[in-house]
Write a protein that binds this ligand. Structure first.
Ligand code: HEM
Length: 227
């Protein structure tokens, strides 16, 4: 699948959104090519593994969205926050389908998820850093997440019955247009060069934290990961 890995070079003329993408595209490859994700995309991951990933997402998005509420009026973080992105209600529906109504008693954050959540919470007083975490997750959900949705729905027989709502953004009319608008918001952030470089560094960390969550999921749900 061509995911645009060719765009690694960074030109001085690139917009900030292009710079973030180019600077993190190798890290993106590590996430996209992770054994756990590859098993998921190949339809080889058992349903429990998929459910466990949704559970770990839940803890990260509760933190992302709580911190986001506190930063909604900030000129930097507020520029990317959008109600149509909020994922916690969809995650709660998916967890009900995947684990049953007692899902809150059946899921716990893994150690890497706890680290990821702690880092997201530190962004409460770092709006630029928050943008990095926001970008890494939501733009990913609007992109590769859409492949995951199709495959998970088919593999686990979930479409129409819930379980993949996390990937459904029905308040956003056109995902390509929304992503375009999101990127132009990144370009217009009222930030100097060093603040922009900081966002890129934090986005790298966000990818790394995501990979550590996937590593842990891979260790716990080995079935289907070989090959
Ligand atoms: C933890 C896993 C992943 C994360 C955190 C992630 C994150 C991201 C982010 C932040 C972007 C936006 C790049 C930009 O335009 O600035 C993106 C784009 C993209 N991702 Fe992923 N991704 C992940 C997995 C995947 C997977 C599994 C696939 C393929 C099945 C994929 C395919 C793509 C594609 C095709 C784009 C480009 C979309 C576009 O330019 O409109 N990603 N991803």
């Amino acid at each position: 699948m061509d995911t645009g890995r060719q765009c690694t070079a960074q030109k001085a003329s690139d917009s900030f959104a292009e710079q973030v993408k180019a600077a993190t595209w190798n890290a993106h490859g590590d996430a996209e090519q992770h054994g756990f994700i590859r098993a998921l995309l190949a339809g080889r991951l058992p349903r429990e593994g998929y459910a466990a990933m949704v559970a770990q997402h839940y803890f990260a998005y509760v933190a992302l969205e709580e911190v986001g509420r506190g930063l909604a009026d900030d000129p930097v973080a507020g520029a990317v926050i959008h109600p149509g992105l909020l994922r916690v209600p969809a995650l709660e529906r998916d967890l009900t389908v995947l684990y049953g109504p007692d899902w809150p008693d059946r899921i716990v954050p893994s150690p890497p998820t706890r680290t990821y959540v702690a880092r997201i919470r530190q962004m409460a007083d770092d709006p630029g850093g928050y943008v990095a975490h926001h970008y890494t997750r939501y733009l990913g959900d609007l992109s590769g997440g859409q492949f995951i949705r199709t495959i998970a729905a088919r593999a686990y027989g979930l479409d129409g019955s819930g379980g993949v709502d996390f990937y459904v953004f029905d308040q956003l009319k056109s995902l390509p247009k929304f992503k375009e608008e999101y990127r132009s918001r990144l370009d217009r952030l009222p930030l100097n060069e060093s603040a922009r470089r900081r966002i890129i560094r934090e986005a790298h960390l966000a990818y790394q934290l995501n990979v550590e969550v996937l590593d842990d999921l891979g260790r716990t749900h080995r079935a289907g990961l070989a090959a």
